[in-house]
Design a binder for this molecule. Sequence first.
Ligand code: NAP
Length: 334
Amino acid sequence: MQRQACRCTFAFFVVKIFIPMNTIAATILDGNKIATQIKAEVAEEVQKLSAAGIRPGLAVILAGHNPASEIYVRNKVKSCQQLGMLSENLTPPDSVTTAELLQMVNELNSRDEIDGILVQLPLPPQVDSKKVLLAVSPEKDVDGFHPVNVGNLSTQRPGLVPCTPAGVIEILRRSNIPIEGRNAVVIGRSDIVGKPVAMLLLNNNATVTVCHSKTKNIAQIAQQADILVAAIGKAGFVTEDFIKPGAAVIDVGINKVTDRSEFERFFSGDPAREKSFAEKGSTLVGDVDPHVAAVAGAITPVPGGVGPLTIAMLMANTVKACRMRRGPERQARS
Ligand code: NAP
C-alpha cells in the first residue's frame, strides 16, 4: 500500500530498472534528466541576463595535476560554454604557494565580470586550503563553503548553497517526493555534503537525524527514515536492513569497485554492469548497496543520480551569484 502511494507521487524523471532475483523494483530517480532540465532553465536565465548586457562568469582555479580534478574542471568549463556563460580556467603549477593562490583569489574577487570562483580541491599539500577558501568573497563563493554562506544557510538567509546538497533537494522536489513532516536520516556529517544536506532538509521542515562514524545502531535509526541520504564514502554500506519499505533513498557516494568479489556482491546477474566491468576492469557503486532498490520506494542510481546535479547546481549558483551582485533587479535598487 505504502509502496503504491510512493509510486504515484514520483511523477517525473523516473524509470524502472531490472533488479536481479527480486520481483519489485524501486522507482529510479534519473539525475541526468533532472540536471538537463536545470541546465535548460539556467540557459534561459543566461539569455535574459545577456539581454540586459550581463554575461555570468565562472573562474575555476585548478592547481597542479590531478587527473580526476582535471576531468571535473573540463566538464565544468564545457557546461559553462554550453549555457552561454563566461568561463576562465586558472592552472597554477603543483609548486604553487598559499600566498600565490591568495593573490589569484583576490584578483578574481575584484573583477566585476567574474561572478563565481571555484577552487578545485584537493589543493597541493603545501597549501593552506582553508585559508584559500576563506579568501573567496562570499558573494562569489559558488561552492557555498564560506562560513558566511554556511551561516546564511543555517539562518535561512539568501546566500549560496553547496552544489551537491542543493542537488539532493532538487531531486526530491522535482520527483514530487514530499519533505515537510517526513523523517529524514542523513548518514555522514561532512561540511561539504552531510551537514548542508541536513540543514536543507531541516529548512524544508523535515525531522532530521544525522548519523556519523560514532553513531550506534545506524541501521535501526535509518529504518525510521522516509528519506534516507547516504554520504559516507563506503561502497554499499547501506543495505536492505537499513531501509523502511517505500523510503526514498538518495545515494551521494561515489566509490570505485575493482575487486571481482566485491563486484559480484553488488552486481552479480546484472548483464550491463558485467559487460562494462569486463571492458574497464572497474565500475562505480554508491554508499548504498544496489539491492536496496528491492525495498525502497525510490532510489538514485550510481552513476547517473546525484552526480549530474552537482555541475548543474554549480551553473545555477553562478547565475544566482551574478543576479544577487549585479543583476538588473540589483541595479534597479541601487
Ligand atoms: P567525508 O568528508 O569523508 O565524510 C564522510 C562522512 O561519513 C563523515 O561524516 C564520517 O563520519 C561518515 N562516516 C564514515 N564512515 C562511517 C561509518 N562507518 N558509519 C557512519 N558514518 C561514517 O566524505 P564527503 O565529502 O562527505 O563525501 C561522501 C561521499 O560522497 C564520497 O563517496 C564522495 O565521493 C561522495 N561525493 C559525491 C558528490 C557528487 O557529486 N555525487 C559530491 C561530493 C561527495 P565522521 O564525521 O564521524 O568521521
